[in-house]
Design a protein around this ligand. Structure first.
Ligand code: AKG
Length: 291
């Protein structure tokens, strides 16, 4: 695949997401998995940083909002966990490699294997096809969706968490490192939902505030029947607009559903909100995608 056809660009603009099979090779996917296995083998997470991941509003505020470990992860490789994987003392109740919800949020810069795939020629070509002139990478995550316990991700818009001024330039890349199916928790989208703006924002409070983050606006309730499933095979890529409403369900299968995802934004004439939880740092300014 050399890039997007004009028809694919039109479809992306209309729906707010695009499913592209066979973009990356099985070997590239295996390379990502192998590298993640090495990173997990070396994982060290202090007891007080064992943070469970959630997109539920209240749980987000409770579990992440106050957590320095999460809020300072933008330029690092850090680990976030499924629910109920720790006992009262913070010890793992399940094998540690089966406990992780995701790793984030600086893989694209801090690890050479993930850096290479993020800046791969096909990613750059797609981004050019969509008209980006000076795109920068703002964050990345490796999502495990563990067998049986890989939690539901509630319907949301990524621009709630990663806000740009003006809106409209956030773009998500979601690479299926393993097959994503109806049983193991593939993504679901509401076609056209990127055209209606966002309903809420997650804001970082001034330093020293408790809680450290808060929501403004209100969560919309979406009709389940308006979502369409996007199952995709290993090596496929789902592209999505920052305002596209999406979700994924619990992994009910006995296999994992690994994915590598990262977000870019246009930096020419568009600014990153200083209110976002994630901020570029002197150690890691947002890297240019075209390099
Ligand atoms: C996101 O990256 O915004 C997602 O919603 C990912 C959900 C998933 O991979 O299940």
């Amino acid at each position: 695949m050399a890039g997007l056809s004009p028809e694919q660009v039109r479809k992306f603009q209309e729906d707010g997401f695009l499913v592209l099979e066979g973009v990356f090779s099985p070997e590239e996917c295996e390379g990502l998995k192998a590298r993640i296995a090495e990173i997990v083998a070396g994982m060290e997470v202090p007891l007080h940083c064992r943070t469970e991941f959630s997109t539920d509003k209240e749980e987000t505020l409770r579990a992440q909002g106050n957590s320095e470990y999460f809020l300072t992860s933008g330029d690092k490789i850090r680990f976030f966990f499924e629910k109920d994987v720790f006992d009262k003392e913070g010890n793992f109740k399940v094998p540690k490699e089966m406990s992780i919800n995701k790793i984030g949020h600086g893989l694209h810069a801090r690890d050479p294997v993930f850096k290479k795939i993020t800046h791969s020629p096909i990613v750059q070509a797609i981004t050019r096809n969509l008209g980006y002139e000076e795109p920068v990478v703002v964050q990345s995550m490796y999502i495990f969706k563990q067998p049986h316990i890989g939690g539901e991700v509630l319907a949301h818009q990524d621009s709630t968490f990663l806000y740009t001024e003006p809106l409209g330039s956030l773009l998500g890349f979601w690479i299926a490192v393993e097959d994503a199916t109806l049983e193991n928790g593939c993504l679901f989208f509401i076609p056209g939902s990127h055209k209606g703006g966002i309903s809420e924002r997650w804001i970082r409070a001034p330093p020293g505030s408790v809680p450290a983050t808060y929501f403004i606006g209100s969560k919309k309730v979406y009709d389940d029947s308006s979502f369409i499933a996007t199952p995709i095979r290993k090596g496929g890529l789902v592209l999505f607009h920052g305002e596209a409403v999406h979700k994924s369900e619990l992994n009910r299968s006995s296999g994992s559903r690994h994915a590598y995802t990262f977000h870019i934004m246009e930096s020419k004439g568009i600014s990153w909100s200083k209110d976002n939880w994630l901020q570029p740092t002197p150690e890691l300014p947002f890297p240019a995608l075209y390099s």
